[in-house]
Design a protein. Structure first.
Length: 202
């Protein structure tokens, strides 16, 4: 069973694209067959970076036919791990497609895993609170982007009841930090693949 990895968080600029790139590089290194679904129509950096490395589709999930196209792609690529990179959009949009995927997982013979990327602001947590009931029964990883500060800057999340609710059923990851900032500079300034930037930082 090949999973669907959905990278989201609703807010723009929290690091969703970098998480998608890290996932893809990790899976490629493992020799896994991947399908990238680029749903960030305003800033499709992941699509541009991986178009020559994996099967890639650019889908506008806000369009009427977007949901049907998404399901058809997942069905036609059952042997590939799917990585869906969401752009910044309303929580209702992400919730809608979360509901769609949850309703089709049995038919698709896949499981859904969400990587929910947060910074230190409150609104990302409010959006996550609304999202969790929609994907009840699936795995959700909360990704703290420490580019925005050390772990103690995430007090809103660390001291929240939401954290207790989340960690009762999911795994929270700490990622990025200063290394992430250097990686961004190398990647966007030089226009290089993520793994090449990793190599240059060693």
């Amino acid at each position: 069973m090949c999973p669907i990895y959905m990278v989201s968080g609703c807010k723009g600029g929290v690091g969703k694209s970098i998480v998608s790139m890290a996932l893809l590089d990790y899976l490629i290194k493992l020799g896994r067959k991947c399908l990238l679904i680029e749903a960030d129509t305003a800033n499709d950096d992941v699509f541009k970076a991986y178009g020559d490395s994996v099967v890639t589709a650019h889908i506008n999930l806000d369009a009427e036919e977007g949901g049907v196209e998404l399901v058809n792609l997942l069905d036609a690529n059952q042997d590939s791990i799917a990585v869906i990179n969401f752009g910044a959009r309303s929580n209702s949009g992400v919730t809608q497609y979360g509901e769609t995927l949850m309703g089709l997982l049995e038919d698709l013979k896949r499981k859904l895993v969400t990587f929910w990327v947060i910074n230190t602001d409150r609104d990302g947590l409010e959006l996550l609170k609304d999202y969790l009931p929609v994907v009840d029964g699936s795995l959700v990883h909360v990704v703290k982007n420490t580019y925005f500060g050390n772990d103690d800057r995430f007090d809103l999340y660390n001291s929240s009841k939401l954290r207790q609710q989340v960690e009762a059923r999911v795994l929270t990851l700490l990622v990025f930090g200063r290394f992430y900032q250097k990686l961004l500079v190398l990647f966007f300034m030089a226009g290089k693949r993520l793994k090449q930037s990793f190599f240059e930082l060693k």
